[in-house]
Design a protein around this ligand. Structure first.
Ligand SMILES: NC(=O)c1ccc[n+]([C@@H]2O[C@H](COP(=O)([O-])OP(=O)(O)OC[C@H]3O[C@@H](n4cnc5c(N)ncnc54)[C@H](O)[C@@H]3O)[C@@H](O)[C@H]2O)c1
Length: 290
């Protein structure tokens, strides 16, 4: 039964009391958000003896994921177009973190790089396709520059395909592999003002479904992760209006953290994750419940 509470707000059978009616407004909403998990425990050696390749390793999520894998024992081939940032971020890692500066939109460069990685490490257990760009945002479809759309597809979709294509034969030989694509909630739902980005991430989700089925009997799992807004340099570069549009849709009313991404990714690419493939994992603070 509907009735008015002491704040003049409508109660539904008394389930919404004055306190939680307050919590739905402004700052008080924080009282109800889940606590942010921060990693404080000692590192495990879950990836000891394993070799990972991470693209987009110089910044944001790729950086957080690479450091997590290194910390848990993996040797990591760190790929990024930004050589200076690679050198700055991984000074301390020596042989365990091998840096490769290249533009992954060039398929021939990828083939050469993968040969070098195999030459040095002998195998590749894990591939995390993380490099990505948003392209121009906050423009409606009739304003989209076609060249920009092509560029976003080249980096977000084609390059991930090139990487996977070059690495799969090595994983097939070993009857083992873990491949992960960084997709996005934008690929599931479509963010207005971000046609190129949303459509390229939807294509990545489609590729994940196909490849999950194609390699299901090979010991290789292929999954995607669809985070909502995570505070990284890529997001810092977007117009404030675009970021607000995205954050307002998150029930937890906050951005995700890099630790939250790295922790879930570490599970997805671990041996423990052995019965899930072709799937797009969610990391959206309650926004996507499917
Ligand atoms: N940050 C978010 O909120 C968010 C949300 C959902 C999905 N994602 C996805 O996660 C991934 C990482 O995003 P981020 O926020 O860490 O971005 P970021 O801009 O911080 O890092 C992206 C990295 O990719 C590299 N890169 C770009 N083009 C490249 C190319 N052609 N060749 C090699 N390297 C290249 C950049 O130099 C950079 O180091 C992207 O695929 C992005 O779409 C991010």
């Amino acid at each position: 039964m509907k009735q008015k509470n002491q704040n003049g707000e409508t109660d539904y059978d008394g389930k919404i009391n004055a306190a939680n009616a307050q919590s739905l407004k402004g700052d008080n909403a924080r009282v109800y958000t889940t606590e942010i998990f921060r990693e404080e425990s000692a590192p495990t050696n879950r990836f000891e003896g394993q070799v990972a390749v991470v693209t987009g390793a110089a910044s944001g999520l790729g950086l957080a994921i690479s450091k997590k894998l290194l910390k848990e024992g993996a040797s990591v081939a760190l790929i990024d177009i930004n050589e200076a940032a690679l050198n700055k971020e991984y000074k301390a890692y020596k042989l365990k973190g091998r840096k490769f500066a290249l533009d992954i939109t060039h398929e021939s460069l990828i083939a050469k790089t993968i040969n070098k990685i195999i030459g040095e490490f002998d195998k590749i257990d894990i591939l995390v396709n993380c490099a990505g760009i948003t392209g121009v945002a906050n423009v409606t479809s009739h304003e989209v520059n076609t060249e920009d759309l092509h560029r976003v597809f080249e980096v977000n979709f084609m390059s991930s395909f090139y990487m996977t294509k070059a690495i799969l034969p090595h994983m097939l030989k070993a009857n083992y592999g873990r491949i992960l694509y960084l997709a996005s909630i934008a690929g599931k739902e479509g963010n207005a003002g971000m046609l190129a980005y949303s459509a390229s991430k939807a294509a990545v989700i489609g590729m994940t479904k196909v490849q999950g089925k194609e390699y299901a009997e090979t010991g290789i799992t292929i999954n995607a992760l669809a985070p909502t807004v995570i505070k990284t340099p890529m997001v810092d570069g977007l117009p404030e209006k675009q970021v607000k549009y995205m954050t307002d849709k998150i029930p937890m009313k906050r951005c995700g953290t890099m630790d939250e991404v790295a922790n879930l990714v570490a599970y997805i690419v671990s041996k423990e994750n052995s019965f899930t493939t072709g799937f797009t994992f969610d990391l959206s603070g309650g926004r996507a419940t499917y």
